[in-house]
Design a protein around this ligand. Structure first.
Ligand code: MF3
Ligand code: CO
Ligand code: CO
Length: 269
């Protein structure tokens, strides 16, 4: 085990050291660069398999490792979740049509450190309802991030996201959550995107985790398809997601997966 460093809180959450932020920054930036690079390819007529092939090439070209290829039997360098797919969409023969919205989620390993991030993309013309969903999902993530500082709790993060999303008459998915990460892909805690202020573990400097809210236009319930991966909204309503990997600092947090091209929120024109 090469991940035995720092200390573990009573909630099982690893506290990393100052020097470890550089490793996460490097990994996060590679993942973000790849999500920047794919932007021009997203348009009507392209298949999700073609987008994934490009991402796979970008991963290899940078000499880094895909965290998802081989993960629990998953075979691809990205998850691509179109329209009512909530998360874990498998790249394949699906051809993007005008107005489709999609989340692309990439996780890479750089010198042992995991960088995990996802954003929304649009093929062609963005519809009004889809645009509102995407805006609310991004703003929900940013409000969750704004709640991150030592002394606050994970419940404060979830509460910030849930209260904002529901005040916009949309719903927060309960069936999937963010996660600790660092020298491993998925570690404690489960980072819920809903909850009560003041509940849950207390945030401490040196915690590394993702926040990755999934927001639905309709009801929050999901189901997983027969492929055992693809999660969809039960009511077929549109779903969106944004994900950052972050580290808690003395005064707030560092976003490891910020877009070098400044195209995290708006990947479209
Ligand atoms: N990147 C996803 C997350 O945010 C996990 C994808 S696992 C896969 O945690 F196997 F589906 F790729
Ligand atoms: Co994640
Ligand atoms: Co992810």
């Amino acid at each position: 085990m090469n991940d035995l460093r720092g200390r573990i809180t009573k909630d099982g959450i690893r506290i990393y050291e100052d020097a470890d932020f550089a490793g996460m920054r490097a990994a996060g930036q590679v993942a973000a660069e790849i999500l920047d690079a794919v932007i021009p390819l997203v348009k009507p007529g392209v298949t999700t398999a073609e987008l994934d092939a490009f991402i796979t090439e970008e991963v290899h070209r940078r000499g880094v490792i895909s965290a998802t290829i081989g993960y629990k039997g998953y075979k691809h360098a990205s998850c691509i979740s179109v329209n009512h797919v909530v998360c874990h969409g498998i790249p394949g023969t699906k051809v993007l049509a005008d107005g489709d919205i999609l989340n692309i989620d990439v996780t890479v390993i750089v010198d042992g450190w995991y960088g995990d991030t996802s954003r929304m993309y649009v093929a062609g013309q963005l519809g009004r309802k889809a645009e509102r969903l995407i805006e609310v999902t991004h703003e929900g993530l940013m409000r969750g991030i704004a709640a991150v500082k030592p002394g606050n709790t994970f419940g404060d993060i979830g509460n910030a996201i849930q209260s904002y999303v529901e005040s916009n008459r949309m719903s927060v998915v309960r069936d999937f959550c963010g996660h600790g990460l660092g020298l491993v892909f998925h570690a404690p805690p489960n980072v819920l995107h809903y909850g009560r202020a003041g509940s849950g573990p207390v945030l401490e400097e040196g915690m590394f985790f993702t926040i990755e809210p999934m927001v639905n236009l309709g009801r929050p319930e999901t189901k997983v398809l027969a492929d055992d991966w693809t999660a969809v909204t039960r009511d077929k309503s549109l779903s969106a997601q944004y994900e950052h990997s972050i580290g808690v600092t003395a005064t707030g947090c560092e976003i490891f997966t910020a877009s070098p091209a400044d195209k995290f929120f708006r990947t479209w024109a």
